[in-house]
Design a protein. Structure first.
Length: 264
């Protein structure tokens, strides 16, 4: 039951409108309308999907906001450091018989840290997934954690009741530590896969946004070209009207200068 912080991705867009007097209007091609309607839905769908199938968007937000994620992030490396020290002492004691008391103390400390991280991890799982243990995202990791917990607890009980010899206790501690390593690898692989798949999902969102932006740019070019054609047609009409008015003025001047010819 471990959590890690991840970053999210947000995509925005702009809307373009055009106008040019009473004789012109904004021109929208079908491609522009399709892009404007489809792009927000596609981006939102990709952003709100499971991050690599491990977290939903809501679970991911709860994970990032809860203080128990930080607690797990602190306790996990602390436990690993204590494990390395204790493992070294166990191996030394098994081979030489020295430092038995110190080795025993290190195993007890390691076990107490394990209990702490199991309790805080269960609280973290409840906050993020709504259940204290065996959430689907970490089901098999939790199952194996029970074995780790059982072996560490068996060591404490055997130590307290003196049911095993010192050497047998050390071998039991090694068995508990082997299970702990396997469980830690389970979590590391699961969270690493989640990070890779989350990065891939973020890349898909970005590619969709880029594709949509490119389509919108092409549509903008088409709009500009269409608007240019309208402007050109309007200019030609205006020029023709100007020429016609000029011709009428010239005819009027000629008629005024030569009234006889106008009468004839």
């Amino acid at each position: 039951m471990e959590g890690q912080m991840e970053n999210g991705t947000a995509i925005g867009r702009d809307h373009l409108s055009m106008g040019h007097g009473s004789s012109q209007r904004a021109i929208q091609t079908p491609a522009t309308q399709t892009t404007a309607a489809a792009r927000p839905h596609n981006v939102q769908t990709a952003a709100s999907s499971h991050s690599g199938g491990l977290y939903t968007a809501e679970e991911r937000q709860r994970r990032d906001e809860t203080i128990w994620t930080l607690v797990q992030g602190i306790l996990a490396p602390v436990q690993f450091v204590v494990f390395l020290i204790s493992l070294g002492l166990v191996l030394v004691t098994l081979t030489s018989g020295d430092y038995y008391a110190l080795t025993t103390a290190s195993i007890v400390i390691k076990t107490l840290i394990l209990y702490t991280i199991m309790v805080t991890g269960a609280i973290w799982e409840k906050v993020v997934f709504g259940r204290y243990l065996f959430a689907p995202a970490f089901f098999w990791e939790d199952v194996f954690s029970m074995l780790v917990l059982a072996l560490h607890t068996a060591y404490l009980m055997a130590l307290w009741t003196q049911a095993l010899s010192p050497t047998a206790l050390l071998w039991l501690a090694l068995a508990a530590y082997a299970a702990y390593v396997i469980n830690a690898v389970q979590f590391v692989l699961k969270l690493r896969a989640a990070r890779l798949q989350a990065a891939a999902a973020d890349g898909d969102v970005q590619r969709q946004a880029t594709s949509a932006t490119t389509s919108e740019s092409v549509s903008g070019v088409l709009n500009d070209a269409a608007l240019g054609r309208v402007s050109s047609a309007n200019a030609q009409t205006s020029n023709a009207q100007s020429l016609k008015r000029q011709a009428l003025k010239e005819q009027a001047h000629k008629a005024a200068a030569n009234p006889e010819g106008a009468v004839a």
